[in-house]
Design a protein around this ligand. Structure first.
Ligand code: NDP
Length: 273
Protein backbone atom coordinates (compact mmCIF):
# COMPACT_ATOMS: atom_id res chain seq x y z
CA UNK A 1 0.00 0.00 0.00
CA UNK A 2 1.30 3.47 -0.90
CA UNK A 3 2.02 5.73 2.06
CA UNK A 4 -0.49 8.53 2.66
CA UNK A 5 1.19 11.90 2.11
CA UNK A 6 -0.07 14.76 4.29
CA UNK A 7 1.15 18.38 4.31
CA UNK A 8 0.52 21.01 7.00
CA UNK A 9 1.24 24.72 6.35
CA UNK A 10 2.51 27.02 9.13
CA UNK A 11 3.31 24.04 11.36
CA UNK A 12 6.33 25.33 13.28
CA UNK A 13 4.10 26.43 16.17
CA UNK A 14 0.53 26.74 17.39
CA UNK A 15 -2.31 24.67 16.01
CA UNK A 16 -0.30 23.56 12.95
CA UNK A 17 2.33 22.07 15.25
CA UNK A 18 -0.45 20.43 17.29
CA UNK A 19 -1.93 18.97 14.09
CA UNK A 20 1.41 17.41 13.10
CA UNK A 21 1.97 16.04 16.61
CA UNK A 22 -1.49 14.50 16.62
CA UNK A 23 -1.09 13.08 13.08
CA UNK A 24 2.05 11.30 14.22
CA UNK A 25 -0.16 9.09 16.34
CA UNK A 26 -3.55 9.20 14.60
CA UNK A 27 -2.71 8.98 10.88
CA UNK A 28 -2.13 5.55 9.35
CA UNK A 29 1.25 4.19 10.43
CA UNK A 30 2.73 4.41 6.94
CA UNK A 31 1.78 8.09 6.49
CA UNK A 32 4.38 10.68 5.55
CA UNK A 33 3.78 14.02 7.17
CA UNK A 34 5.29 17.21 5.78
CA UNK A 35 5.79 19.80 8.50
CA UNK A 36 6.29 23.10 6.66
CA UNK A 37 7.16 26.60 7.81
CA UNK A 38 8.07 29.86 6.12
CA UNK A 39 11.20 30.17 8.28
CA UNK A 40 13.63 27.24 8.02
CA UNK A 41 15.18 27.55 11.48
CA UNK A 42 11.80 27.76 13.21
CA UNK A 43 10.61 24.72 11.26
CA UNK A 44 13.71 22.68 12.00
CA UNK A 45 13.42 23.50 15.70
CA UNK A 46 9.89 22.07 15.61
CA UNK A 47 11.12 18.94 13.85
CA UNK A 48 13.84 18.49 16.48
CA UNK A 49 11.28 18.79 19.29
CA UNK A 50 8.92 16.32 17.64
CA UNK A 51 11.68 13.82 16.97
CA UNK A 52 12.33 13.51 20.71
CA UNK A 53 8.72 12.48 21.26
CA UNK A 54 9.51 9.12 19.68
CA UNK A 55 6.81 6.95 18.19
CA UNK A 56 6.55 7.62 14.50
CA UNK A 57 8.76 10.68 14.05
CA UNK A 58 10.57 8.87 11.24
CA UNK A 59 7.49 9.61 9.13
CA UNK A 60 8.11 13.32 9.53
CA UNK A 61 9.63 15.38 6.72
CA UNK A 62 10.54 19.04 6.89
CA UNK A 63 10.24 21.49 4.00
CA UNK A 64 10.23 25.26 3.76
CA UNK A 65 6.93 26.75 2.51
CA UNK A 66 5.88 30.37 2.47
CA UNK A 67 2.28 30.43 1.27
CA UNK A 68 2.74 33.89 -0.30
CA UNK A 69 5.85 32.93 -2.28
CA UNK A 70 5.10 31.30 -5.63
CA UNK A 71 8.61 29.90 -6.02
CA UNK A 72 8.55 28.37 -2.55
CA UNK A 73 5.23 26.64 -3.36
CA UNK A 74 6.44 25.43 -6.78
CA UNK A 75 9.57 23.95 -5.24
CA UNK A 76 7.58 21.88 -2.77
CA UNK A 77 4.96 20.80 -5.34
CA UNK A 78 7.78 19.49 -7.53
CA UNK A 79 9.50 17.79 -4.64
CA UNK A 80 6.32 15.97 -3.57
CA UNK A 81 5.40 15.06 -7.16
CA UNK A 82 8.86 13.57 -7.72
CA UNK A 83 9.08 11.79 -4.37
CA UNK A 84 5.53 10.40 -4.07
CA UNK A 85 3.64 11.12 -7.30
CA UNK A 86 0.81 12.80 -5.38
CA UNK A 87 -0.36 14.54 -2.21
CA UNK A 88 -3.22 12.94 -0.30
CA UNK A 89 -4.12 15.63 2.23
CA UNK A 90 -3.40 19.37 2.16
CA UNK A 91 -3.98 21.15 5.48
CA UNK A 92 -4.17 24.94 5.06
CA UNK A 93 -3.33 26.09 8.58
CA UNK A 94 -1.06 29.13 8.02
CA UNK A 95 -2.65 32.54 8.58
CA UNK A 96 -1.87 35.82 10.25
CA UNK A 97 -3.84 38.26 12.39
CA UNK A 98 -2.73 41.78 13.32
CA UNK A 99 -3.30 45.30 12.14
CA UNK A 100 -2.23 45.27 8.50
CA UNK A 101 -5.58 44.58 6.83
CA UNK A 102 -4.32 44.35 3.27
CA UNK A 103 -1.44 42.03 4.21
CA UNK A 104 -3.96 39.81 5.97
CA UNK A 105 -5.94 39.45 2.71
CA UNK A 106 -2.72 38.68 0.83
CA UNK A 107 -1.58 35.99 3.28
CA UNK A 108 -4.82 34.42 4.49
CA UNK A 109 -6.88 34.58 1.31
CA UNK A 110 -4.49 34.91 -1.62
CA UNK A 111 -1.79 32.73 -0.02
CA UNK A 112 -4.27 29.95 0.71
CA UNK A 113 -5.71 30.28 -2.81
CA UNK A 114 -2.25 30.01 -4.41
CA UNK A 115 -1.37 26.94 -2.33
CA UNK A 116 -4.65 25.25 -3.35
CA UNK A 117 -4.24 26.11 -7.04
CA UNK A 118 -0.65 24.86 -7.16
CA UNK A 119 -1.23 21.63 -5.21
CA UNK A 120 -4.58 20.65 -6.75
CA UNK A 121 -2.98 19.10 -9.87
CA UNK A 122 -1.09 16.61 -7.65
CA UNK A 123 -3.83 15.97 -5.07
CA UNK A 124 -4.94 12.35 -5.25
CA UNK A 125 -7.94 12.33 -7.63
CA UNK A 126 -10.27 9.87 -5.86
CA UNK A 127 -9.67 10.25 -2.13
CA UNK A 128 -7.67 13.47 -1.80
CA UNK A 129 -8.61 15.98 0.86
CA UNK A 130 -8.14 19.67 1.56
CA UNK A 131 -8.71 20.93 5.11
CA UNK A 132 -8.63 24.66 5.83
CA UNK A 133 -8.47 26.11 9.31
CA UNK A 134 -10.99 28.93 9.15
CA UNK A 135 -12.72 30.60 12.07
CA UNK A 136 -16.18 31.12 13.53
CA UNK A 137 -15.22 34.82 13.49
CA UNK A 138 -15.71 34.66 9.72
CA UNK A 139 -19.35 33.50 9.88
CA UNK A 140 -21.57 35.18 7.29
CA UNK A 141 -23.56 36.73 10.13
CA UNK A 142 -20.52 38.97 10.81
CA UNK A 143 -21.26 40.81 7.54
CA UNK A 144 -23.73 43.64 8.11
CA UNK A 145 -23.77 44.51 4.43
CA UNK A 146 -26.47 42.27 2.95
CA UNK A 147 -25.14 42.49 -0.59
CA UNK A 148 -21.65 41.31 0.46
CA UNK A 149 -23.17 38.61 2.67
CA UNK A 150 -25.32 37.33 -0.20
CA UNK A 151 -22.40 37.32 -2.61
CA UNK A 152 -20.18 35.37 -0.19
CA UNK A 153 -22.93 32.83 0.49
CA UNK A 154 -23.99 32.49 -3.14
CA UNK A 155 -23.60 28.83 -4.19
CA UNK A 156 -22.66 30.04 -7.68
CA UNK A 157 -19.80 32.23 -6.47
CA UNK A 158 -16.61 31.65 -8.48
CA UNK A 159 -12.96 32.11 -7.47
CA UNK A 160 -12.85 35.19 -9.73
CA UNK A 161 -15.96 36.63 -8.04
CA UNK A 162 -14.57 35.90 -4.58
CA UNK A 163 -11.19 37.45 -5.42
CA UNK A 164 -13.02 40.53 -6.75
CA UNK A 165 -14.79 40.80 -3.37
CA UNK A 166 -11.48 40.51 -1.50
CA UNK A 167 -10.02 43.21 -3.78
CA UNK A 168 -13.04 45.42 -3.10
CA UNK A 169 -12.35 45.03 0.61
CA UNK A 170 -8.72 46.05 0.08
CA UNK A 171 -9.83 49.08 -1.95
CA UNK A 172 -12.33 50.05 0.76
CA UNK A 173 -9.53 49.77 3.36
CA UNK A 174 -7.29 52.03 1.25
CA UNK A 175 -10.12 54.56 0.94
CA UNK A 176 -10.85 54.35 4.69
CA UNK A 177 -14.37 53.10 3.92
CA UNK A 178 -14.26 49.50 5.13
CA UNK A 179 -16.48 49.90 8.15
CA UNK A 180 -18.77 52.44 6.44
CA UNK A 181 -19.32 49.86 3.69
CA UNK A 182 -20.31 47.18 6.19
CA UNK A 183 -17.20 45.00 6.32
CA UNK A 184 -16.35 43.33 9.65
CA UNK A 185 -12.77 43.30 10.99
CA UNK A 186 -10.09 42.27 8.50
CA UNK A 187 -9.36 38.90 10.08
CA UNK A 188 -13.07 37.99 9.78
CA UNK A 189 -13.11 39.06 6.12
CA UNK A 190 -10.11 36.84 5.32
CA UNK A 191 -11.47 33.86 7.25
CA UNK A 192 -14.81 34.24 5.41
CA UNK A 193 -12.77 34.34 2.19
CA UNK A 194 -11.13 31.03 3.12
CA UNK A 195 -14.51 29.45 3.92
CA UNK A 196 -16.07 30.63 0.66
CA UNK A 197 -12.99 29.38 -1.21
CA UNK A 198 -13.30 25.95 0.39
CA UNK A 199 -16.97 25.78 -0.72
CA UNK A 200 -16.13 26.78 -4.30
CA UNK A 201 -13.35 24.16 -4.51
CA UNK A 202 -15.64 21.49 -3.05
CA UNK A 203 -18.17 22.17 -5.82
CA UNK A 204 -15.48 22.24 -8.48
CA UNK A 205 -13.77 19.01 -7.39
CA UNK A 206 -16.61 16.67 -6.33
CA UNK A 207 -14.40 13.59 -6.02
CA UNK A 208 -12.30 15.21 -3.27
CA UNK A 209 -13.24 15.91 0.35
CA UNK A 210 -12.75 19.65 0.85
CA UNK A 211 -13.79 21.07 4.21
CA UNK A 212 -13.13 24.04 6.46
CA UNK A 213 -13.36 24.28 10.24
CA UNK A 214 -13.10 26.48 13.28
CA UNK A 215 -10.65 24.87 15.76
CA UNK A 216 -12.17 26.74 18.71
CA UNK A 217 -10.36 29.33 20.82
CA UNK A 218 -6.85 27.95 21.23
CA UNK A 219 -3.94 29.03 23.41
CA UNK A 220 -1.45 30.14 20.74
CA UNK A 221 0.23 33.42 19.98
CA UNK A 222 -2.66 34.33 17.70
CA UNK A 223 -5.36 33.01 20.04
CA UNK A 224 -3.94 34.99 22.96
CA UNK A 225 -3.76 38.15 20.82
CA UNK A 226 -7.58 38.16 20.70
CA UNK A 227 -7.60 39.15 24.40
CA UNK A 228 -8.14 36.98 27.49
CA UNK A 229 -6.89 33.46 28.10
CA UNK A 230 -7.80 30.97 25.37
CA UNK A 231 -9.24 27.84 27.00
CA UNK A 232 -8.03 25.18 24.57
CA UNK A 233 -4.59 23.57 24.19
CA UNK A 234 -3.03 23.12 20.75
CA UNK A 235 -3.79 19.39 20.98
CA UNK A 236 -7.45 20.22 21.58
CA UNK A 237 -7.35 22.74 18.73
CA UNK A 238 -6.04 20.00 16.44
CA UNK A 239 -8.99 17.65 17.07
CA UNK A 240 -11.36 18.91 14.35
CA UNK A 241 -8.68 19.52 11.67
CA UNK A 242 -7.18 16.05 12.21
CA UNK A 243 -10.63 14.47 12.01
CA UNK A 244 -11.27 16.24 8.69
CA UNK A 245 -7.85 15.11 7.44
CA UNK A 246 -7.88 11.40 8.23
CA UNK A 247 -11.20 10.17 9.66
CA UNK A 248 -14.20 8.75 7.85
CA UNK A 249 -16.42 11.74 6.98
CA UNK A 250 -19.16 9.71 5.29
CA UNK A 251 -18.27 11.44 2.02
CA UNK A 252 -19.08 14.93 3.30
CA UNK A 253 -17.39 17.72 1.39
CA UNK A 254 -18.00 21.48 1.32
CA UNK A 255 -18.84 21.66 5.03
CA UNK A 256 -17.99 24.19 7.73
CA UNK A 257 -17.23 22.19 10.88
CA UNK A 258 -17.17 23.51 14.43
CA UNK A 259 -18.26 22.78 18.00
CA UNK A 260 -21.30 24.52 19.53
CA UNK A 261 -18.94 26.79 21.51
CA UNK A 262 -15.33 27.87 20.83
CA UNK A 263 -14.53 26.46 24.32
CA UNK A 264 -15.75 22.94 23.50
CA UNK A 265 -13.25 20.16 22.83
CA UNK A 266 -15.56 17.95 20.77
CA UNK A 267 -14.63 16.70 17.31
CA UNK A 268 -17.01 19.08 15.55
CA UNK A 269 -20.06 18.78 13.36
CA UNK A 270 -21.34 20.49 10.23
CA UNK A 271 -22.61 23.94 11.04
CA UNK A 272 -24.41 26.72 9.21
CA UNK A 273 -21.66 28.99 7.97
P1 NDP B 1 -0.07 31.09 15.24
O1 NDP B 1 0.11 32.55 15.02
O2 NDP B 1 0.35 30.47 16.51
O3 NDP B 1 0.62 30.28 14.05
C1 NDP B 1 0.44 30.68 12.73
C2 NDP B 1 1.37 29.88 11.84
O4 NDP B 1 1.23 30.37 10.49
C3 NDP B 1 2.85 30.09 12.21
O5 NDP B 1 3.55 28.90 11.99
C4 NDP B 1 3.30 31.14 11.20
O6 NDP B 1 4.69 31.13 10.94
C5 NDP B 1 2.52 30.65 9.99
N1 NDP B 1 2.51 31.61 8.90
C6 NDP B 1 2.16 32.91 8.90
N2 NDP B 1 2.34 33.44 7.69
C7 NDP B 1 2.81 32.45 6.88
C8 NDP B 1 3.19 32.36 5.53
N3 NDP B 1 3.16 33.43 4.72
N4 NDP B 1 3.61 31.18 5.04
C9 NDP B 1 3.67 30.09 5.83
N5 NDP B 1 3.34 30.11 7.14
C10 NDP B 1 2.92 31.27 7.65
O7 NDP B 1 -1.61 30.84 14.96
P2 NDP B 1 -2.58 29.64 15.40
O8 NDP B 1 -1.83 28.40 15.57
O9 NDP B 1 -3.43 30.15 16.51
O10 NDP B 1 -3.51 29.57 14.13
C11 NDP B 1 -3.49 28.50 13.20
C12 NDP B 1 -4.73 28.61 12.34
O11 NDP B 1 -5.92 28.51 13.15
C13 NDP B 1 -4.84 29.95 11.62
O12 NDP B 1 -5.40 29.73 10.35
C14 NDP B 1 -5.81 30.73 12.48
O13 NDP B 1 -6.46 31.75 11.74
C15 NDP B 1 -6.76 29.63 12.91
N6 NDP B 1 -7.54 29.91 14.11
C16 NDP B 1 -6.92 30.06 15.32
C17 NDP B 1 -7.68 30.28 16.45
C18 NDP B 1 -7.07 30.39 17.82
O14 NDP B 1 -7.83 30.57 18.79
N7 NDP B 1 -5.77 30.29 17.97
C19 NDP B 1 -9.16 30.39 16.37
C20 NDP B 1 -9.69 30.21 15.07
C21 NDP B 1 -8.91 29.97 13.98
P3 NDP B 1 5.73 32.07 11.79
O15 NDP B 1 6.00 31.36 13.09
O16 NDP B 1 6.90 32.14 10.88
O17 NDP B 1 5.05 33.39 11.99
Amino acid sequence: MNPQVILVTGANKGIGYGIVRSLLTSAASHSIIYLTSRDVSRGQKAITELSTIGGRSSNLVYHQLDITDEQSIDTLVNKIRNAHGRLDVLINNASIAGTDNELMVDVNYYGTLMVCKKFLPIIEKEHGRIVTIGSAIGHLAAFENEEIRNQLGNPELTIEGLSALMDKYKADCKAGKASENGWPMAYAVTKAGQTALSGILARKYPSLLINVCCPGWVNTEMGASMGGKPPKTIDEGAIIPVRLAVSDLGGISGGFWENPSVMDIGSGSISVW
